[in-house]
Design a binder for this molecule. Sequence first.
Ligand SMILES: [Zn+2]
Length: 538
Amino acid sequence: MTRERIYLFDTTLRDGQQTPGIDFSVEDKIAIASMLDEFGLDYVEGGYPGANPTDTAFFAEKRTSQATFVAFGMTKRPGVSVSNDPGIASLLQARSDAVCFVAKSWDYHVQVALGCTNEENLECIAESVKAVVAAGKEALVDCEHFFDGYKANPEYALACARTAYKNGARWVVLCDTNGGTQPPEVRAIVEAVIAAGVPGHCLGIHAHNDTGQAVANSLVAVEAGVRQIQGTLNGVGERCGNANLVTLIPTLALKSAYNTRFETAIDADRLTNLTLLSHAFDELLNRSPDHQMPYVGASAFATKAGIHASALLKDPRTYEHVPPESVGNFRKVMVSDQGGKANFINALKRRGIDVAKDDPKLDLLISIVKEREASGYAYEGADASFELLARRTMGTIPDFFSLDGFRVMIERRFDSHGRIKIVSEAVVKISIDGQTLMSVAEAEGPVNALDLALRKDFGKYQHEIDDLVLADFKVRILNGGTDAITRVLIESTDSSGVRWWTVGVSDNIIDASFQALMDSVIYKLMKNRQLAGKIAAE
Ligand SMILES: [Zn+2]
């Protein structure tokens, strides 16, 4: 039986950015777009080109290689022609494959927010879509407040959807912008839209989670005929969030209610990267993953020891609704864990490290990782550190140099103008081929000073780290209280454009930073010798 394709549209970088406390830098956006692209989503939407410097810089280049790269913006303003609308101009200039317009579809909002007539708004939709199609790009129209608008004035909401469709929009997306619509209402309204002449294979759903139904509303919309789902990673978004793609994707893939009839771009193989994707995104946001998130949470397949655990070991299906490894998660029980081992072997294989199932070094590595994760390390977000740890355990890292020690002094004083000044002075001592190299550097921050000192004299490797750039630095305090420990995550890149993440954990923030910094430098030396970075380079 042929299955119908459901298209997945990610709006983490735009709608997800509305989440309180989330503010993406251009670097963040580039990293997230490539994570989504690599994972295999159909559409990656990046924000509003022209609206602010971050988004304009982001859209200066195409940021995906597989996924359709989408710019978002308003339909043209009433009373202005398409060619004279600067907003439309920046959308057409953006290096995107597609443009997604947000259009009013609730007559009340047309009057109040746009201050134009219903007919003028329809003309804005029509002309904007036509301009995008004429520019050779794919057009999408997000019909804002569609469900509430439909309840207030069904004829007008339908007219908006039809206008978008008839003028060439590839997708007409029905948005539950306020997030209060219930599944039976979504079903009925989607059916009405299809009956009014917009076919389901051109319809999308954009649900918000204000009553905890965003996933349910997306699924019921698919049942009723829509073929595109818009959502975000981990369900981030304004107020209570958007539909969580991390929940929707495995549900569509693994549940027979859906997978017998539908398919997405995320096949069984890609699905095993889901947990990693979800956790890497949280690391990037510098927040703890939700342990109870469906499928990917640390507790999603955790069973406390006892009758459940022993029954679980006899037959995992007794207590698990899907196999944890299908989404790249782990079964957690207090006994030896075969699923975990297979996952490790896979993770190592993907990094070009072959290890036999019965190699004692593998058991050693697993116990080191578990011990370190219990003490605060997070390797999901630090692929380079994980790879180095694995290679160290296997004994395949050359002795590039050894660290003899470092020292940092921080001085707070007044300068000659009476202003407070903080100066950090760092001394780093390393040995290369039996020769000791000691360097001193000054900077405002202690980590910066350490970085400068390390690079000042790196002996025969000096030129090798010239293009190493520390792109981002995230600090998280774990456990709280006076005995809190600090985890530092560093994102690095070099002239090849490859990015890698390293982690350090210590009860001292500078030590944690230095560990992550050292890992980054060693990884760079490995990478220069084609000894590491298979994943990062893919
Ligand atoms: Zn939204």
